[in-house]
Write a new protein. Structure first.
Lengths: 150, 150, 150
């Protein structure tokens, strides 16, 4: 049975679990506040961002940054504040030193003067690595629930 | 005053707190992905699942499994991806070695090709036990906010 | 660059992170269940609660309590169960011993017999202090996304 379908075993690392939570909080806060350069630095230089909503993955920090910048500019023009919530985090250190981190993701949108709405429900599956003591995303795969095929 | 209405005291166990978070992440991922047998194994053999939405509790792993399997089959037929989010977790180890874990629960639904929606807001109150090093649910009580009586 | 836009550094405190999560769980549970006195005791006697939805901050525990009591009475009269979800927590201990805690906040409402809805998306920025071993809120600033100015 694949690892995400096993209950917690004996290798659980408390400190890492909380650190990944804090990492995501800061990473998403930067994205949502339009601090795109800072956000991009949370990916490795050769990071890969793939999604079932995109035909091709974005490869490399520059491509990932460009996509995020464009998306944020469009939201700003529409007067929309977006918030990425990650939750239901599952952290699993790998023998090669990388870290598999799976979570549920909600994207909420609030138009200026309007009502907050859940826009998307997704699963986010990351491969994290540590560089100079810090966590970075080497691979991210986002699967939107509305685009799942049965 | 009952324990859930007291601020954090000196007995707080950091490691346990994160472990319960990870336990719930995997447990709910199994339920939402239809890995019902795996999900059922997160309850004790004599586990009890009660809810203010059900006239009687489900008693024992077999009954709990049957309910979950039926619910998942119905969602699959309707092309709905459901997600259980637990948050606002409160973990309180008991003198007898059991663990009280209270959380808020949101159930979100996304129809294939449609829009994600919050379907239910609940409170989830568990009694967890440890067996062979792993956490298991011995009792779960789910209270839907829409069915609360004043 | 301001601290919330930096990735996690070497000063991260695992135990504190989980403790703040548990603190918020209990604090919000008290508010949502109308245990207003208990909730008010999670603020310092001279605590300050400010919000971009309010022209003036509430200063002191008595003023904070009065506001919460009024809000809860109105919801009870309308038969609405409210839930405060904090997530995406970022905890940053300060050199002076205080703790900066930033989080996203969702407020959900469920009318008796009705459907749960996300009502507000906010950012919550707290200064926490420790007194007699317990965390307390000395300053809280809540920023509603729908009232953000560009």
């Amino acid at each position: 049975m694949s690892p995400q379908y096993q209950l917690v075993g004996s290798t659980f690392d408390t400190g890492l679990y909380a650190e990944v939570q804090q990492f995501y909080s800061r990473q998403m806060r930067m994205l949502d506040d339009g601090v795109v350069d800072g956000w991009a630095e949370s990916f490795t230089e050769d990071g890969v961002f793939s999604a079932n909503a995109h035909p091709e993955p974005a490869v490399g920090r520059a491509a990932i940054t460009a996509g995020a910048r464009q998306a944020h500019a469009a939201l700003t023009e529409q007067g929309i504040q977006r918030r990425h919530w990650l939750g239901m985090l599952d952290v699993e250190p790998q023998p090669d030193g990388t870290i598999n981190a799976r979570s549920y993701a909600l994207i909420l949108s609030t138009p200026r003067g309007g009502t907050a709405q859940v826009q998307l429900s997704c699963v986010c599956e990351d491969v994290l690595v540590r560089a100079d003591g810090r966590l970075l995303v080497r691979e991210r795969r986002v699967t939107r629930d509305d685009l799942l095929e049965q």
